[in-house]
Design a protein around this ligand. Structure first.
Ligand SMILES: NC(=[NH2+])NCCC[C@H](N)C(=O)O
Length: 565
């Protein structure tokens, strides 16, 4: 249900000859000032066809309108302002939510087409960074929202498992590596080797040359190099999977950079054959100066390929394999030049679908003011951050609800949910710092606050104990301001979902969830919900409708909704 639809339905008969339902819908505005009503319809567009002054058109239309769903319909200059009638509209909305259940707010923007979403994509032999955490939760939320609007999301983890850094790692391993030490704590030890390499290479620049040669051997399929690389990769994936398990996130594909090792040549050949590349000091590049971009480096002078070369192959592979309607990259803002170059090169190659590639960038997060860095050897493992959040959640739950049965499981949902929610509640381009103790609070604009609101409403429903009827057509009877605010918010959900996917902005859904929870809590604080009077059923139906939408919104964000906490 969409409140605008009610006005469309009312206007459509009178305007059928001149405007389609969609055109009417697009014209309807929501006045900033609520004293102008809930909705406004400007009639300027109709002046020509009606050959009348807009003021007159508005006045005439008001006479014709079916007002059964409106309490007030007035012509104000060239506008028709309407207020919704709380009683039928509240019943219509709540009934619609309850009947649709989880499908409420589903849209058909995607028409079943594929949307590939490249997200998380950490680099092996390194710990997952805060940036990768952001990419992981934003990408997962976008995939969930995409599915809700009927795209078929394909979740791709484009692992950073190829590149000259593996040459460095192998060189360092050969000099200082100790298998037993690595086996005990692989990622930590691999990072240490990498850090040591950089330190020593500052004194001994010839090491860089050795690393390049080692990587070349790896690219050429040298068995020993491949064995080491596979080992590093397997160990890293074990670490990453711990984080993905905690977040309850899965992928359809783990095809990382190495997967494209044997898929680049046709594109390189085509670039060369079409005269798109030039050679500069032995390196093969695509000049992009006319676009004000630095040149895209396709091949180094020693023949080694680069990040963008692998992305060219990956994008083509995705098009061939999935025939995507949209191909999304959820990657930090610092890579925006790379994605512009990637698109530009594909455009030069005449790939029309390069238009459908979208880089979805995001800002930087820091934890307690610190950016996690691996070069300087300072690492905070994400897994530990998440575990700490879970511990803090457990403390809160133990204080609030000591007898709760499955405390550990709930603490997990709350702690991890808090981290996800905090990340998703701000516009993704914003950078922010966070402090775990703050974001795990049950008060404020936090994940636990939203979850707690859900759990509390579920407990009201449990207390009521009876079946909640969806047949609300008669005697709904809720007309107070508090319930009306909740109804209006529920009505707004499909629009929020549409907006979130259009802008690839999960924060729209997170903000909505907080607002719905706040409005509900105001309602709850001002209403005796379980009072045994004529509106008891209607109030419970409203509570239930709210839980349906709140749980759905949390689900889109990748956050669970515990029934009790
Ligand atoms: N297709 C892509 N380039 N995806 C993003 C990869 C991100 C890269 N591994 C990094 O950590 O910076």
């Amino acid at each position: 249900m969409n409140s605008k639809q009610l006005l469309v339905d009312a206007l459509a008969p009178a305007l059928a000859e001149h405007l389609s339902a969609d055109e009417i819908l697009n014209l309807i505005e929501v006045p900033k000032d609520t004293s102008h009503g809930d909705l406004a319809f400007p009639v300027f567009q109709l002046a020509r066809v009606f050959r009348k002054a807009p003021q007159q058109i508005a006045a005439d239309l008001v006479e014709e309108l079916d007002t059964s769903n409106f309490s007030n319909v007035v012509a104000v200059g060239p506008y028709i302002n309407v207020s919704l009638k709380r009683e039928p509209v509240g019943a219509i909305v709540v009934k619609e939510v309850l009947e649709a259940g989880d499908a409420y707010g589903n849209l058909n923007i995607g028409e079943g087409r594929n949307m590939t979403i490249d997200f998380s994509s950490p680099n092996i032999a390194k710990p997952m960074s805060m940036g990768h955490l952001r990419s992981t939760v934003i990408g997962n939320a976008i995939a969930n929202i995409a599915a809700k609007v009927n795209y078929n999301p394909i979740r791709i983890n484009h692992l950073g498992d190829w590149g000259t850094q593996f040459g460095k790692l192998i060189v360092a391993y050969k000099m200082w590596g100790d298998d037993a030490v690595i086996a005990a704590d692989p990622v930590k030890e691999l990072v240490k080797l990498y850090v040591d390499f950089h330190e020593v290479a500052e004194e001994k620049p010839e090491l860089e040359e050795e690393a390049r040669a080692a990587f070349k051997k790896l690219e050429d399929g040298d068995a020993e190099m491949i064995r080491l690389w596979t080992w590093f990769k397997d160990e890293s994936l074990k670490e990453f999977n711990k984080v993905y398990d905690m977040l309850n996130i899965s992928f359809d594909s783990f095809n990382g950079e190495a997967f494209y090792n044997d898929k680049m040549q046709p594109i390189i050949d085509e670039l060369e054959a079409k005269g798109i590349t030039t050679v500069n000091e032995g390196a093969t590049i695509v000049d992009l100066e006319e676009l004000n971009l630095p040149p895209a480096l396709i091949k180094k002078s020693d023949g080694a390929t680069l990040y963008v070369t692998r992305d060219l192959a990956a994008a083509s592979y995705r098009k061939e394999t999935y025939d995507f309607a949209k191909n999304i990259y959820v990657v930090g803002n610092e890579q925006s030049v790379h994605f512009k170059q990637l698109k530009a090169v594909l455009t030069k190659l005449g790939r029309e679908w390069s238009e459908d590639m979208v880089h979805v960038p995001f800002g930087l997060i820091t934890l307690d003011g610190k950016k996690l860095s691996t070069r300087k050897g300072k690492i905070v493992l994400l897994e530990e951050v998440l575990k700490e959040a879970v511990d803090l959640a457990l403390e809160q739950i133990t204080a609030k609800n000591p007898d709760l049965a499955n405390k550990e499981a709930v603490a997990h949902q709350v702690g991890v949910g808090a981290v996800i929610f905090h990340d998703l509640k701000t516009e993704r381009m914003n950078s922010f710092d966070f402090n775990l103790a703050e974001i795990v609070q049950f008060e404020g604009e936090t994940g636990p606050y939203v979850q707690y609101t859900y759990a509390r409403s579920k407990s009201i429903i449990r207390k009521y104990g009876k079946e909640i009827s969806t047949d609300l057509t008669e005697a709904f009877g809720l007309t107070d301001d508090y319930s009306w605010e909740v109804v209006k918010k529920l009505m707004d959900y499909p629009r929020v979902v549409a907006n979130a996917i259009e802008r690839f902005e999960p924060s729209q859904v997170a903000k909505y969830a907080v607002q719905l929870a706040q409005l509900f809590n105001k309602y709850y604080g001002n209403t005796r919900i379980l009072e045994d009077d004529a509106q008891l059923d209607a109030r419970l139906a409203l509570v239930k409708a709210m839980t349906v939408v709140l749980k759905n919104a949390l689900g889109l964000l990748g956050i669970e909704a515990p029934e009790e906490m």
